[in-house]
Design a protein around this ligand. Structure first.
Ligand SMILES: Cc1cc2nc3c(=O)[nH]c(=O)nc-3n(C[C@H](O)[C@H](O)[C@H](O)COP(=O)(O)OP(=O)(O)OC[C@H]3O[C@@H](n4cnc5c(N)ncnc54)[C@H](O)[C@@H]3O)c2cc1C
Length: 461
């Protein structure tokens, strides 16, 4: 990037907000996704206001420089790698909670706000913002909206898209647009709020977000159910929901994951179980009691044992164990290739069997955990990028995992997005016609492919 452009960026947003020395850039050449190429950007800019973002977009448009918007960089699809060089637009300084409107049950935030910080602010009003990815303490609101993140409470409360009511967006040419607002009902125009939610930084830069809040549940009960077979655990998942109980959280850890997690956090997980389910029901006390009883019965009918957390400390220990799954797996091998193919809940047992078959076929160690209640599993292949022969088997196994999920009526990604990692599979799910629709939308909003190029949408030849 030439000095003239750097100077223009500095005069637009100040020298404190423009980094261009190698030592500053290297940390932005990759993100949390393993097994991805890395690329150093030409500059990293840290806007403090929407006006700064507008100025940066105009400069990038003038010089045809790509912009990669980045929050905390915790995505797992290679979504923030500056693959064609250019500008990384780091949103972390735009971190104000602008308003908590307890009357309308909304909050308005800047994109750099950390999800947990929003929850801490709204909890004073007896409210919650339910989407809670495993990275709730580090991930930004902008990143989670652009990724349409899910999390541990998706089964009962839904995912990010169910809570986004309004967005302010800077487009590729620097124009500012606003869609949606604070009203529960809003059917004005196309649903652009939904279009930009989950657009992975490829359609616009989110500069303000209006979210829906809900009253915090009065009480909750957490349970640990252990099973001798994966089939029993999978069947218990569908039976709980079929029994008309929608737990807030219904998570699974397989034997590999249980052992690795137990070794890492010492939460008292049964290391001889083939699978455990971590279940939480919440709501008003009478309902919680009733639902916990149904869960207990279902677990017993599926040959499982159940333990109920008696104190907050016991509960916290269980959920800390679940949140430790990926970091714990990452400790046992140099590379962890984690996928999030998702199937209808009724197919969870079939998918677990498929994962076992694929692990055996390619002679790989796969730890599986995830949001079983959503049919959203995270098979995690424990491998080593330096072992070329093994990586070939890993890539074949990944292809087969996606194939299996699609055959079972599922989808490529339940929450981690397409990014760079899954772009080549997109046609399997959407077909050529679907890809063409994506391209038309992309080219209408970003004809020069300046916003997060190389992610999600394949440029037409
Ligand atoms: C240990 C671990 C556990 C995880 N658990 C979960 C989980 O349970 N559920 C889940 O869904 N995900 C999970 N993730 C993935 C990830 O944490 C989430 O997707 C998170 O919401 C990303 O937020 P971020 O701020 O890190 O975004 P980034 O990674 O910085 O960016 C994500 C995407 O959003 C775009 N983007 C960022 N900010 C903006 C903006 N202001 N405007 C437009 N585009 C923008 C980027 O270009 C990129 O495409 C996990 C990741 C890890 C490492």
């Amino acid at each position: 990037m030439n000095q003239k452009l750097i100077n223009e960026l500095i005069s637009a947003i100040g020298s404190d907000n423009v980094l261009y020395e190698d030592a500053d850039l290297v940390s932005y050449s990759y993100d949390a996704t393993p097994d991805m190429p890395s690329q150093q950007p030409d500059a990293v800019v840290t806007p403090e206001t929407t006006e700064h973002v507008i100025e940066i977009a105009k400069i990038a448009d003038k010089y045809n420089i790509p912009i990669y918007t980045r929050g905390a960089g915790t995505n797992l699809s290679g979504g923030t790698i500056p693959i064609d060089k250019g500008i990384v637009l780091l949103m972390v300084k735009m971190d104000k909670i602008i308003e908590v409107d307890a009357e309308n049950l909304t909050a308005t935030v800047e994109p750099g706000v950390i999800i947990q910080d929003l929850n801490d602010a709204v909890s004073k009003h007896g409210l919650i913002y339910p989407p809670d990815p495993g990275t709730v303490k580090t991930a930004t609101m902008g990143g989670s909206v652009a990724e349409n993140s899910g999390g541990l409470r998706g089964l009962k409360y839904g995912v990010t898209k169910h809570y986004i009511m309004g967005l302010e967006i800077v487009l590729a040419d620097g124009k500012l647009v606003k869609f949606g607002g604070k009203t529960v009902k809003n059917v004005t125009a196309y649903d652009f709020v939904k279009l930009f939610t989950g657009s992975e930084g490829t359609l616009g830069i989110i500069t303000k977000i209006i979210v829906k809040l809900i009253p915090a549940p009065e009480t909750r009960k957490s349970m640990l159910a252990s099973f001798k077979t994966l089939d029993d655990a999978g069947n218990a998942v569908s039976s709980i929901v079929a029994g008309k109980v929608i737990p807030a959280t219904l998570e699974i850890l397989d034997n590999t994951t249980i052992n690795v997690v137990e070794n890492y956090v010492k939460a008292g997980l049964p290391t001889d179980a083939e699978a455990v389910l971590l279940i939480e029901v919440d709501g008003i006390p009478e309902v919680v009691e009733k639902e916990a009883k149904v869960v207990e019965e279902v677990v017993k009918n599926n040959n499982g044992d159940i333990q109920i957390a008696q104190t907050d400390a016991e509960r916290d220990k269980l959920w800390a164990a679940r949140r430790a799954a990926l970091p714990a797996l990452a400790q046992v091998s140099p590379t962890t290739v984690l996928e999030d193919a998702t199937v209808p809940r009724s197919e969870i047992t079939a998918m677990l069997r498929e994962l076992k078959r694929i692990a055996e076929k390619y002679d790989l160690r796969i730890g599986t955990f995830g949001h079983a209640g959503d049919g959203n599993l995270h098979p995690t292949i424990l491998t080593d990028e330096r072992n070329e022969e093994e990586m070939k088997r890993v890539h074949k196994a990944v292809d087969e995992i996606f194939e299996a999920a699609l055959k079972l009526g599922g989808t490529l990604t339940g929450e981690h997005g397409i990014g760079m990692a899954k772009m080549r599979y997109l046609g399997w799910e959407l077909g050529e016609e679907g890809l063409e629709v994506m391209r038309k939308v992309k080219e209408a909003l970003d004809p020069k492919y300046l916003l997060n190029p190389g992610k999600m949408v394949q440029r037409s030849e």
